[in-house]
Design a protein around this ligand. Structure first.
Ligand code: GUN
Length: 318
């Protein structure tokens, strides 16, 4: 049952009061614990085993992607990895990108390769993601890793970072509330390959009874209403209403949606704010524990990328 998450001892208490019924699950603290453990293990390898190496590739100038990629490269340096970043122009051809991936696949100093999505429309993302060696696929997007996860081979699978981080938060919250994931009714809202489907597989690996709900599901309020565990990953602001939540349920909100805020900023531009896929305020009075947005699942994604890279380095030298 090895998962990169197992590296995280998470001794610190990541739950804090909200002033309402629900405890808040602090993803920032949890991510710091994971990063500290990865840094400690990396330091302990120094001089004995190869330094974990992460290559991050950005094609084009999508501003949100630029921010993500910078954060990933910086986190890799902070935990002591060999970290390289490729900023390629928008006009990069698919063949050029595939050639770079081939080089990195063959480079013994690189254990993890991440191609930031979305790619420019002229590039076939599926071909690119499938070119990354499954052993260096620290995003866990290659069909080989998706297959390992779906057959429950967590000893070998590299698991996508956002669901892996969500599971760490969920396990910690369940332990603190004295509930077991085994036998629990878990509902995942959203069926993406990046979050919904791998999340469902992870919950299944922990012996939860898993329902995957989606845009065509009938009576979503009733499906969510029976769940002891709700993972919302639909990308629609506050779509899961607070009154749907079963009292005491653990709610993991994967959504990060920018919506109009109130007033204007110093430059006179309309303010915006981030909200999740769950109507947070209303959910606070019903849930047993809930992740805030921001500060919940978000920080865990990069931490799990580091944990996956260390794991890939360990698997390579095993
Ligand atoms: N774009 C948005 N999220 C992700 C992610 O987790 N991995 C990659 N490669 N691209 C992304």
């Amino acid at each position: 049952m090895a998962l990169a998450t197992d590296a995280a001892g998470l001794e610190k208490n990541i739950l804090r009061p909200s002033g309402e019924k629900a405890l808040l699950i602090d993803g920032k603290i949890a991510s710091e614990v994971v990063l500290a453990e990865v840094a400690a293990e990396t330091a302990a390898r120094a001089g004995k085993k190869s330094q974990p190496g992460l290559a991050v590739i950005l094609v084009g100038e999508n501003p949100a992607s630029q921010v993500y990629v910078r954060s990933k490269s910086k986190a890799a340096k902070t935990v002591g990895f060999h970290s390289v970043q490729y900023d390629l122009p928008e006009a990069t051809s698919e063949d050029e990108l595939l050639k770079l991936i081939d080089q990195l696949n063959a480079d013994p100093k690189i254990h993890g390769i991440l191609v930031q999505l979305p790619l420019p429309p002229a590039i076939n993302s599926t071909r690119v993601l499938e070119r990354v060696s499954p052993l260096k696929d620290v995003d866990g997007f290659h069909p080989f890793n998706a297959g390992l996860l779906s057959i429950g081979d967590l000893d070998r699978a590299l698991v996508p970072c956002t669901p892996a981080g969500s599971l760490v938060l969920l396990e910690k919250a369940a332990k603190a509330l004295g509930v077991s994931l085994a036998g629990a009714d878990a509902v995942v809202v959203g069926r993406s390959n990046i979050v919904g489907k791998p999340m469902a597989q992870l919950l299944l690996s922990r012996n939860a009874t898993v329902t995957v709900a989606h845009s065509r599901s009938r009576d979503l309020p009733a499906i969510v209403g029976r769940a002891d565990i709700v993972v919302a990953a639909v990308g629609r602001p506050e779509m899961v209403l607070g009154e749907w939540i079963k009292p005491g349920a653990i709610v993991i909100d994967v959504g990060i949606n920018r919506v109009p805020g109130e007033g204007v900023d110093a430059q006179g531009r309309p303010k915006s704010r981030l909200v999740g896929d769950v109507a947070f305020k209303a959910a606070l009075s019903r849930a047993g524990a809930i992740t805030p947005v921001p500060g919940g699942v978000g920080p865990m994604t990069i931490a799990m990328l580091m944990a996956n890279t260390l794991r890939a380095a360990k698997l390579a030298s095993a």
